[in-house]
Design a protein around this ligand. Structure first.
Ligand SMILES: [Fe+2]
Ligand SMILES: [Fe+2]
Length: 299
């Protein structure tokens, strides 16, 4: 199937779609609550109670042995206090968004597991770096990392044939997917992601990352560290091969000027060396792989 810019206008086609997937209520509610400095675990419990599979999941995690509890916890509020806000956010957001698109059509190139390996890997890594270097933004960074490539799911959901062709063309011409999307579709996953982010009324910080996570320059590191953390986490997960990309990454991130600027701005990440950070990245991505296998088994 050839693709030419005259044949299709995906942007227009998307505008006519009305039956788009909805963001679960629990995510919408929690997203606004998490920024509240007076956050109350009872209120969070009341929101999560509306979603019985999530309640079961929270209790399962708390009783998994990791927390070393002498007795089984069966009270959600108690479980939430033990888990803490960050872990609550990670479980609720990750498992809810994972389940929205669970039945998406897969093909030779589009693998749902690998998509989430990349997105959850990026979220965890960006969060881990922010937790060390800029804790005040770590939760927003996690959400932004998790959703940064949501536009790929939009393209795969509504235009699977065109998107498969994009993968093929990227493969044949050794292109990264973003370049293939913009060259052959004149429409990219960043634009598709922005479209659904607007429909979902996501906060401006998250929309910014969805739209511009492939762009970073020195002033942005200072002005918008959320985007910077996701940018590097995204590149690292790609370097490790944890992504849908068919063309290998041809440069070494840690030798670039932009990485040097980032490390200069957040020196905590260099301690004691960039090499340690790389090992840390490796460990985070391994953990992610195990996590998704579990997620898949329970879906
Ligand atoms: Fe992307
Ligand atoms: Fe990505």
């Amino acid at each position: 199937m050839p693709i030419t810019k005259d044949q299709i206008n995906l942007r227009e086609e998307l505008e006519s779609i009305t039956d788009l997937p909805t963001l679960p209520h629990v995510v919408v509610q929690l997203m606004s609550m998490l920024d509240d400095p007076e956050i109350d675990f009872r209120k969070i419990a009341a929101v999560i109670e509306e979603d019985p599979p999530l309640v079961a999941q929270m209790l399962k995690v708390v009783n998994s042995g990791f927390y070393g509890l002498p007795n089984t916890i069966d009270d959600l509020h108690q479980a939430l206090v033990l888990l803490g806000l960050d872990e609550i956010q990670h479980i609720v957001f990750t498992e809810s968004v994972y389940s929205i698109f669970y039945n998406i059509q897969e093909n030779t190139f589009f693998n749902y597991h690998l998509f989430w390996q990349h997105s959850i890997g990026t979220a965890r890594l960006a969060y881990a770096m922010a937790a060390i270097a800029e804790p005040s933004i770590k939760r927003t960074v996690y959400t932004a990392g998790l959703l940064h490539d949501i536009g790929r799911l939009v393209l795969q959901l509504y235009f699977p044939d065109y998107y498969e062709r994009i993968f093929e063309l990227a493969h044949q011409n050794n292109l990264d997917l973003l370049t293939a999307e913009s060259s052959y579709l004149n429409f990219t996953h960043t634009e598709a992601g922005f479209w659904i982010a607007e429909k979902w009324n996501l906060p401006e910080t998250i929309k910014d990352v969805i739209q511009y996570h492939h762009d970073l320059d020195e002033p942005i590191i200072e002005q918008n560290p959320i985007r910077a953390f996701v940018f590097f986490a995204n590149e690292f997960t790609r370097m490790w091969g944890d992504s849908l990309e068919v063309a290998p990454l041809t440069y070494s991130l840690e030798n670039t000027d932009i990485w040097a600027t980032f490390i200069h701005r957040f020196p905590q990440l260099k301690s004691p060396s960039t090499q340690d950070l790389i090992q840390f990245v490796d460990m985070k991505l391994e953990e992610t792989d195990k996590y998704i296998k579990k997620l898949k088994a329970t879906s």
